[in-house]
Write a protein that binds this ligand. Structure first.
Ligand SMILES: [Ca+2]
Ligand SMILES: [Ca+2]
Length: 786
């Protein structure tokens, strides 16, 4: 090194030393340090010694002073007239009490379907605005329908969470695409991502109330195992009470939000025996008399104006007087089970309300009670002991089949739904059902209870409002306000508006005078007192499938101010008004991502399935023990396809348990071992069971169990059969046919599992779930052969 270089090095070292010294001496003051993210917001002082330093603690964000707790009780498929406070015939004393001490909104609306309503409620934005135009199972690759809520539509819960609330969610979620309901995520659509600190519930559209699969946050469980008296309403209430008392004990100064979404009254209409007994004979009057009685009650309560006419029933719904006595008895029983389920849910909600009172929180908890859509006609024109038959479009469940389940109706033995006539009664006095955007599908009850913030008690509010107005109301009254930015993402404005102005003002005109509706192709627009509506393709909920020309839909026109039950179609007498409203619908539809309209649900379901597992994907390898609780739609797509199932294992000479299963009590397949005998079992709608058993037992040692399933054409394309051949270590040990095959879904809620059968057992008479595989199961490989 020459002198010059040495000198240069010395200068550089000196400069560095000076710079370091400057930085150190002014730690906490100088610009470079202020930009250090570790120091952000620090207002104290840091010196070398503690004595020369000054502490400064960061503060967590606090909710505005006096901000109320929030509780949203979201019922499922509960029609406007099924609440006692709306003149209904089902006992809901605890909910009625909230209405008596709060406000009853009688002009409140939803999206007419479960999944979109839930997403829209929590987002405060229209369902198409946030990708949930329809159910995620029927998603399409367009912004209005992809099932993926954009980051620019952060939920109200998230905004509250960031402003000092602790949030709890319970029960039905149903707006995460099911292929994302896995142990490995992604968790973007889960309650945790929507701002809930804790979740206990089910991610699917419905659930077996006595043997559900539930999630503790991200962790799946079978809560009913070993509990013969288990009931989901009771379990959810226990958890809600636990969280409420825990919260009040630990963080009494912090407000909370609780979202409590019941499984009730979605099918299956399950209830404990005590409640089933309570309603024996209570609906023998039939749906026609029930509707008249309910409307009379509503007029007496001031909920409907005197002279209000009942909407006409669809012609497919038979008059009660024309139905033979034996069928009447069956239908009445169907309604008894539904009523029992709702009364039981009400009772459990009552325990939660009592806990709010006990912990001194009832006064300053803003409670909303509503439903996600009108009463459901998805049970069709017979009702069914197994709702999957209706949902899979295989037609009416024969009266004779239903009759076999008369005594068990509403118990663990049935996946029951009622005749659409009862759904019509549940929507009294309005027209049609869930899925449609006539008033019966999208009008729901709303009770608002908040002693500290609302002076009025037991009053009715008639301002037009929508589910998307709940979150803006909460943001308004809590003082948290709309958050322009969440997690660094600029937020789309709420589409909903605050309802706070209605709390003290019965007469104020609505601030939400225009609202579009679109559900499964049916469309409507409400513009002040006018409503234009089209029942797409004339399709009612028990008609599954088909595609219809949108241009040929018949638009109806109603003046809601004197005809809320849509009885006088003014389309012909006032065509100019109809055109004006249709144009308005079009404008709103473009504004909120409603287009493109497409109604071929069979295609849409397959489109989604193909997206999860493209047709080129033929090989699926599942390792035990972690391959379980996988949504049916995300499991191997084996239905009516040539495939093999190959399981490798090591056994000890006494083997029991499930190798792989998909489905539960009401349909599915299960490859299991019982007393060393390998069996392929098949459950066809809990009506027929097929069983292919190995001719000799499994011995101790390493084995390969193989199933070859051949899909064989049947008498009609809708009735294929399956041929199953069973091998152990390459030797054929059994064969047989499955004469009836389920082509749609086995279940709404039951998962696909390896090494276990979670939720309900597929072959109930042979084993009790979870029937975990007793020995060492290595892996199960599914290979599609077509
Ligand atoms: Ca629903
Ligand atoms: Ca199962």
């Amino acid at each position: 090194m020459n002198y010059k270089m040495k000198f240069k090095t010395k200068i550089t070292s000196l400069l560095l030393a000076v710079m370091t010294a400057v930085t150190f001496s002014s730690f906490g003051q100088d610009k470079a340090v202020k930009e250090d993210p570790r120091m952000a917001g620090f207002k104290g002082k840091i010196a070398k010694s503690f004595a020369d330093s000054k502490e400064d603690w960061p503060e967590r964000k606090k909710a505005p002073a006096g901000a109320p707790n929030i509780m949203i009780i979201l019922l499922d498929d509960v029609g406007f007239a099924q609440l006692g406070c709306n003149g209904g015939l089902i006992a809901t004393p605890n909910l009625n009490k909230l209405a008596d001490n709060g406000l009853n909104y009688t002009n409140f609306h939803t999206t007419a379907l479960c999944s979109p309503s839930r997403a829209a409620l929590m987002a405060g934005r229209n369902h198409h605005s946030i990708g949930l135009g329809s159910h995620a199972l029927t998603a399409m690759g367009f912004p209005g329908y992809n099932g993926m809520i954009p980051e620019s539509a952060a939920s109200g819960a998230k905004m509250l969470q960031e402003n000092g609330y602790t949030n709890y969610a319970l029960g039905k979620w149903d707006h995460t695409p099911l292929w994302e309901v896995t142990g490995s995520g992604p968790f973007n659509g889960w309650p945790s991502a929507e701002g809930f600190d804790h979740y206990y519930g089910f991610m699917t559209a419905d659930i077996h109330n006595f043997v559900p699969v539930m999630y503790n946050d991200h962790w799946p469980t079978n809560p009913a195992v070993g509990k013969p008296d288990y009931n989901i309403n009771n379990d959810m209430a226990d958890r809600a009470i636990y969280w409420l008392t825990a919260h009040q004990s630990i963080s009494p100064n912090k407000p909370f939000m609780m979202f409590h979404a019941t499984a009730t009254l979605h099918a299956p209409h399950h209830a404990s025996q005590k409640y089933l007994d309570m309603y024996k004979g209570k609906f023998d009057m039939g749906w026609d008399a029930a509707r008249e009685q309910i409307l009379k009650n509503q007029i007496e309560k001031g909920i409907q104006k005197p002279g209000t006419k009942l909407a006409e029933l669809p012609k497919e719904i038979e008059s009660w007087k024309n139905i033979p006595a034996d069928k009447r008895k069956m239908y009445a029983r169907q309604m008894e089970a539904a009523a029992a389920a709702l009364t039981e849910a009400d009772n459990e909600i009552g325990r939660i309300i009592a806990t709010l009172e006990r912990t001194g929180q009832l006064e300053n908890t803003l409670i909303f009670v509503t439903s996600d859509n009108g009463s459901s006609g998805e049970g069709g024109l017979e009702g069914s002991h197994n709702e999957m038959k209706v949902l899979n479009g295989i037609g009416l469940t024969a009266y004779e089949e239903n009759k076999k389940f008369y005594d068990q109706w509403g118990t663990t033995e049935t996946d029951n739904h009622y005749h659409a006539g009862w759904a019509a009664a549940g929507n009294t006095p309005y027209k049609y059902f869930k899925q449609t955007v006539h008033n019966g599908g999208m009008t729901d009850g709303l009770i608002v209870h908040w002693p500290k913030g609302i002076k009025a008690k037991g009053e009715i509010r008639t301002q037009f409002h929508h589910l998307i107005d709940i979150i803006p109301t909460i943001m308004d009254v809590s003082g948290v306000g709309f958050q322009e930015e969440v997690d660094g993402v600029k937020q789309m404005p709420f589409d909903g508006v605050s309802m706070k102005y209605t709390f003290d003002d019965v007469k104020a005109p609505t601030n939400h005078p225009v609202q579009y509706f679109e559900q499964l192709g049916s469309r409507a627009i409400v513009d002040h007192e006018w409503k234009a509506v089209a029942l797409h393709g004339g399709r009612l909920p028990w008609i599954i499938g088909g595609t219809f020309d949108f241009e040929k839909d018949d638009w109806e026109l109603y003046n809601l101010s004197n005809d809320p039950t849509e009885t006088k179609n003014l389309a012909k007498s006032n065509p100019a008004k109809l055109e004006e409203l249709k144009k308005k619908f079009d404008e709103e539809a473009w504004k909120y991502n409603v287009y493109p309209l497409y109604d071929d649900l069979a295609f849409r379901l397959k489109n989604v399935t193909d997206r999860i597992h493209p047709p080129t994907e033929k090989l699926f390898t599942y390792f035990a023990p972690g391959a379980e609780f996988i949504a049916e739609a995300a499991g191997p797509p084996v239905k009516n396809r040539n495939h093999t199932i190959t399981a490798t294992m090591e056994t000890d000479g006494q083997t029991d348990g499930v190798i792989t299963a998909s489905g539960g009590y009401f349909s599915g397949y299960s490859l299991y071992v019982k007393n060393n005998i390998v069996t392929y079992g098949y459950n066809y709608y809990d009506e027929k069971y097929f069983s292919i058993k190995a001719s000799k037992p499994l011995t101790a040692g390493k084995h390969e169990v193989k199933v070859i399933y051949e899909a064989i054409a049947g008498a009609t394309p809708q009735a294929p059969i399956g041929k199953v051949t069973l091998y152990v270590d390459g030797v054929q040990v059994g064969e047989g046919t499955i004469d009836n095959v389920v082509l749609g879904k086995y279940s709404i809620s039951e998962p696909f599992d390896v090494g276990v059968d979670n939720g309900g057992s597929v072959i109930r008479k042979e084993y009790t779930a979870p029937f975990k595989f007793s020995d060492n199961l290595d892996k199960v490989v599914f290979e599609l052969k077509d």
